[in-house]
Design a protein around this ligand. Structure first.
Ligand code: ADP
Ligand code: MG
Length: 784
């Protein structure tokens, strides 16, 4: 007969294992309830009670119940322990061992438990991936078909291909100043030879040792029988471990220098093997909405068997993103209809404001202003997004709303994503409001502590009517005397969560954004924001003249830039985003700036890049505005709204690598002054389709037209990253194309909450757990 102590231990072990194994009720033969029914559990009635009905519980309830049961057993043992030696040597808090082959791990298991090789967990942590869940949900941002590597004798001019092989030779040449070509010869396993070249990307050279094994993707150019590749993507393959990188459809991940694609594929593979089975979407819903199960989807996004697998995986994971976003919005929605400020927003004040302007509002501005004043006059808290192209006059409208708030005795705030934008808005608001006796203040990090304190005090005492600053500064450090209206510029850079935090202080909120989003989707994308659109530019603008050229004509483009500079103008030159690597991006920009110093010897050239601190960036921009130099070379960090009216040319290098929305945004940096402005898109190797896309930009300056045309040209199955959507929860989303999925996800979310408003039913335990994890997981959080 076992002692009570032994029985306790025999009960404790399987329960602990069940908890560690992810609560799937599979650790104990016959299930946990069977164990409880056995005589082993009879000395522990409280434990029986805690775990009653275990099989019917959802994952989180199971975990909670197990935790409680184990605590009871431990407490009982402590008591007993006084009477004798403890039989067990337990170390629950030491580092978890790596999972044995075939062993399942809970989703929250640390990556250290995956066998990802030496330093693997550390590498993953560098990318912000700490748990199994993080790895599984760090989806590739695109995929490449490497199943049948083509026979070199059959590839066609312009075709995009992937080849693998070994570097047999390399050399670099510089046919003229500012132009560098790096060329290698790659020998494929079948003995074929390909020339691969890189134009003006000298940093690539480091990876190209003779004998190195590479996988290259790019476009084919044929010279007689010789095949040349304009490389778009390069991977080095170490050792013989290349099974996940060739011969299949492979995912390409966001990464950093020193972390190879192969490593990430391998980590994903391990995580998939170790992941617990099970799905938070019950089968009847999966059937109803025609989505595959979660396991299939996760395998399919990381290591798809074929195109069909990839597309059903994407469909499912997208569906989930929208579903969880909808659920969160709806769950938070309870407090969404908040009591806000009630303004009078008098018509005569609008007249006064407009009378003081050097122009008349456009019809679109007038309509939007009416929508805003309606909101302001109601008791409800305003949460409205004003969307309009760059220069459509959003700020002027916001200034009017702020004026109305001030006339009603409230304070207003205008928040910008960066200091330089804050300064710019400040100057604008002083222009609009200064003459109307409104006291406008500025609050930015660059101010001295004394000046900041002084401003904070004045705001707190109500001696300032409207304060302009960066969002962080205003949110954290300002006690308003009576804040009535907050205007937030460029919402998508902050994310929905921050906006909600801000909303808690209950001013009316107006958000301005230049990102075009179809009306039907605004609700989902921005939660509960109402949408107003300014779809008309002020009269008399001369549209930016845009020209698409091939990079072989680059020198001509810069000749044109030089002529503009001689006329006293300034120019922006933007380099392409380099996929997966910000260090390389910096190198590219530096290199380009050096090239331009050679190409444009008379011009003063300076550089702006993403590795600079905010203060450094502001400083460069200030100097550019002050015309201390002529050409600003920059990576894509040029701030969205920065105004340099004297800049009349923008050159975008490697334009084929940008999305249309981004090109449109970038182009909006010029054409802000009275001078005629130009945008030159310099395209490297690209396909016909890309050319069509770029032609859209050349042909139109209307953001809405561009978004629409872009949508028509894009195939339905194309994967896009959220770099495009700009919304943290939506990484697979393609807002422009997902209308139907969004409707379905919304329908399901509403259905779920209609029956179970707080997601309490045990059957929904997994779903709730997933919702919670997504709200907390780095993989789903925006890193600003
Ligand atoms: P946005 O904030 O949408 O980029 P702004 O409000 O900053 O646009 O306006 C861009 C420029 O156009 C500013 O110089 C502004 O003074 C001017 N502007 C705004 N509305 C009008 C209008 N109705 N007519 C003429 N110019 C306008
Ligand atoms: Mg603006």
């Amino acid at each position: 007969m076992a002692t009570v102590q032994e029985m306790r231990e025999r009960l404790r072990r399987p329960l602990a294992a069940e908890l560690a194994g992810g609560c799937h009720d599979r650790v104990v033969a016959g299930g946990v309830e069977r164990l409880l029914a056995s005589p082993l559990a009879s000395p522990f009635p409280q434990v029986r009670e805690k775990l009653g009905g275990y099989a019917a519980l959802g994952g989180p309830e199971r975990a909670e119940a197990l935790g409680a049961a184990l605590a009871l057993l431990d407490a009982a043992e402590k008591k007993a322990g006084d009477r004798g030696p403890r039989p067990r040597a337990q170390a629950t808090r030491t580092a978890p061992p790596q999972a044995a082959p075939g062993e399942r791990l809970p989703l929250d298991a640390e990556t250290a438990r995956l066998d990802t090789g030496p330093g693997g967990a550390r590498k993953l942590a560098t990318l912000g991936l700490h748990t199994l869940r993080d790895v599984l949900h760090a989806y590739p941002h695109r995929h490449e078909d490497r199943r049948a590597l083509p026979d070199l004798s059959e590839v066609e001019e312009g075709q995009k291909v992937t080849v693998s092989g070994q570097v047999v030779s390399k050399h670099r040449r510089s046919p003229k100043p500012g132009m560098q070509i790096l060329e290698i010869v790659l020998e494929t396993p079948s003995g074929g030879r390909v020339r691969a070249s890189w134009f003006n990307q000298p940093w690539v050279e480091r990876q190209l040792k003779e004998g190195a094994r590479l996988v290259l993707t790019g476009r084919v150019k044929k010279f007689g029988r010789s095949v040349q590749l304009g490389v778009e993507h390069l991977e080095t393959v170490d050792g013989a471990q290349d099974s996940l990188s060739t011969g299949r459809i492979v995912g390409v991940y966001d990464s950093k220098e020193g972390i190879s694609q192969e490593f990430l594929r391998r980590a994903a593979h391990k995580a998939l093997q170790a992941a617990p089975p099970g799905d938070y979407l019950p089968i009847h819903w999966r059937q109803k909405y025609g989505v595959t199960d979660l396991g299939d989807a996760l395998w399919g996004i990381h290591l798809p068997g074929d195109e069909a697998h990839l597309s059903r995986a994407t469909a499912r994971l997208r569906f989930d993103e929208y579903l969880f976003l909808e659920l969160r919005m709806l769950l938070q929605g309870e407090d969404a209809v908040l009591q806000g400020k009630r303004f009078e927003a008098r018509g005569e004040d609008i007249h006064t404001f407009e009378g003081a302007l050097p122009f008349r509002f456009t019809n679109a501005q007038r309509r939007v202003l009416l929508e805003i004043t309606d909101d302001m006059r109601s008791d409800r808290q305003m949460a409205r997004l004003v969307q309009g192209d760059v220069g459509s006059g959003k700020t002027a409208v916001a200034a009017c709303a702020l004026y109305l708030a001030v006339r009603d005795g409230y304070q207003g705030a205008l928040m910008a994503p960066t200091e330089i934008l804050a300064r710019q808005h400040y100057a604008n608001l002083v222009g609009y409001l200064g003459q109307l006796d409104v006291r406008v203040g500025l609050l930015i990090g660059a101010m001295t502590p004394k000046a900041k304190l002084e401003m904070q005090t004045r705001i707190a005492q109500g001696d300032v009517d409207v304060v302009v600053g960066t969002q962080a500064l205003i949110q954290e450090n300002v006690q308003f005397d009576h804040l009535g209206l907050a205007v937030v510029d460029e919402e998508h850079r902050f994310g929905v969560q921050q906006r909600r935090r801000l909303l808690k202080s209950r001013p009316d909120v107006l958000v301005m954004s230049a990102t075009p989003i179809p009306r039907s989707l605004a609700l989902t994308a921005y939660g509960d924001l109402e949408l107003s659109i300014i779809d008309e530019l002020p009269p008399g603008r001369t549209p930016v003249e845009t020209k698409l050229i091939q990079d072989t004509h680059r020198a001509q483009a810069y000749g044109f830039v030089m002529r503009q500079i001689r006329e006293g103008r300034q120019a922006f030159v933007v380099t392409a985003l380099i996929e997966e690597n910000e260090n390389l991006e910096l190198l590219a920009a530096t290199q380009l700036a050096d090239d331009l110093k050679v190409l444009l010897p008379e011009a003063r050239v300076d550089l702006l890049h993403g590795k600079m601190s905010a203060a450094e960036k502001d400083h460069v921009m200030e100097r550019f505005r002050a015309r201390e130099f002529d050409v600003l070379v920059s990576t894509t960090v040029i701030e969205v709204g920065v105004d340099v009216p004297n800049a009349s040319v923008m050159v975008i290098e490697n334009a084929e690598r940008f999305g249309l929305a981004q090109l449109h945004q970038l182009r909006g940096r010029v054409g802000r002054g009275s001078a005629k402005s130009y945008c030159v898109l310099v395209a490297g190797e690209h396909s016909k389709k890309t050319r069509q896309r770029l032609k859209i930009i050349e042909g139109s300056t209307d953001g809405f037209v561009i978004a629409e045309a872009d949508l028509k040209l894009r195939g339905p199955g194309e994967l896009r990253g959220t770099r495009q959507s700009g919304i943290p929860d939506l990484r697979l989303a393609d807002l422009a194309n997902d209308a139907e999925i969004i409707e379905q996800a919304r329908e399901l979310a509403k259905h779920i909450l209609a029956h179970d408003p707080r997601l309490e039913h045990p059957r929904l335990g997994y779903l709730r757990a997933e919702l919670q994890s997504r709200s907390q997981s780095v993989a789903f959080r925006e890193v600003i």
